[in-house]
Write a protein that binds this ligand. Structure first.
Ligand code: ATP
Length: 344
């Protein structure tokens, strides 16, 4: 449905987008995730036609639209700050997106029903809660029946509980409509919960793109591993490989792991999530240095042969020494030679 091919964008000496390629399928909900300033908004602006790339192409349904003005692309936008017209009613704001002629009133009613705001037609934006304003902005963007919907941190101005509720609603709605959408956020949980696939950006580049579970379970770079949730990353090397398994030596101990892209003899990082650590019995031992109570679990900071370790347990262990085993671990290659440092 949408293909971005080799996009580059510089602002003065800042490279905002670097060799960015991505294809989004029809009806797919793709979240773009990354730290502040990594280029997420710039990618959206290029797709929308609000910014033209220095190099690369934007293809919509196979058609090169790189040079097209925004209004010809059929792309809907929803931003963090709603951008509603304060002097227009809710109905007026939604109708603004509609073409003239036809049953405009009926269509507005339909759109407001879709976003759960039936009966709010006559209110002004200032008479709505933040969540309701964002629903109006969404209805307005959908009014034009866009081919692709771009959402830039649409929920970030809302409080945590409302965000959670709305992200579920938003996903259900976009799926029901079969909408192709890119959703920019810096909230990892939101990206994982909402999207069909998640792309992680770093310094203008796409460092990984996969299903939420694939990205969480099998990240290809240490950056993706540690950006998405908590990660233990221990330096080691691959003693040997057998099919999709590898034996990784870390601090003199040999630990079986998923091979990933590692070859025998490679220096790798042994990657494992805190919840993959089985505390109680096992061949490894760690000294606990700190414990934090998180309600449903304890998170422990520990050290194993000098290596930092984060693990979680349902109850606080007695004493400061714990034995453990790794249920799963994975070899991840350190660094990505393709990502060169860039000026800021
Ligand atoms: P955030 O999560 O903070 O919104 P982002 O990932 O969306 O960040 P962008 O807004 O795309 O990042 O910005 C990427 C880089 O490009 C940043 O270093 C930013 O300062 C720079 N940049 C973006 N737009 C412009 C502009 N119009 N002029 C100059 N620099 C810009």
């Amino acid at each position: 449905m949408l293909e971005l091919a080799g996009l580059w964008k510089r602002f003065g000496d800042v490279t905002a987008v670097a060799d960015f390629s991505l294809a989004v399928g029809r009806g797919e909900l793709l979240a773009l995730l990354g730290p502040s300033g990594c280029g997420k908004t710039t990618v959206l602006r290029i797709v929308a036609g609000l910014e033209s790339p220095d190099a690369g192409r934007v293809l919509l349904e196979g058609q090169d639209v790189t040079a097209w003005p925004p209004e010809k692309r059929g792309i809907g936008l929803v931003f963090q700050n709603y951008a509603l017209f304060p002097h227009l009613s809710v109905a007026g704001n939604v109708a603004y997106g509609l073409r003239t002629g036809g049953d405009r009133r009926g269509r507005v009613r339909e759109l407001l029903e879709l976003v759960g705001l039936s009966g709010y037609e006559r209110r002004r934006p200032h008479q709505l809660s933040a969540g309701q304003q964002q629903r109006v902005a969404l209805a307005r963007a959908l009014a034009r029946e866009p081919r692709v919907l771009l959402l830039d941190e649409p929920l970030s101005a809302l409080d945590a509980a409302l965000r959670k509720e709305l992200r579920g609603e938003l996903r259900r709605l976009l799926k029901k409509l079969g909408m192709t959408a890119i959703y920019v956020t810096h909230d990892q949980e939101e990206a994982l919960a909402l999207a069909d696939r998640v792309g992680v950006m770093r310094e203008g580049r796409l460092e990984g793109v996969d299903t939420p579970e694939g990205l969480y379970r099998r990240p290809r770079t240490p950056f993706v591993a540690s950006f998405l949730g908590r990660a233990n990353l221990w330096p080691g090397w691959v003693v040997g490989v057998d099919g999709d398994r590898a034996l990784v030596e870390v601090a003199g101990v040999r630990i079986p792991a998923e091979r990933g892209e590692a070859e025998a003899g490679d220096e790798v990082l042994l990657f494992f999530r805190p919840e993959w650590v089985e505390v109680g019995e096992g061949p490894l031992a760690a000294e606990v240095e700190g414990a934090e109570y998180l309600g449903d679990r304890w998170e422990l900071r520990a050290r194993c042969s000098g290596l930092p370790l984060v693990l979680v347990t349902p109850k606080r262990p007695d004493g400061s020494r714990v034995s453990f085993a790794l249920a799963t671990a994975r070899a991840v290659r350190p660094g990505d030679p393709a990502s060169s440092p860039r000026s800021r």
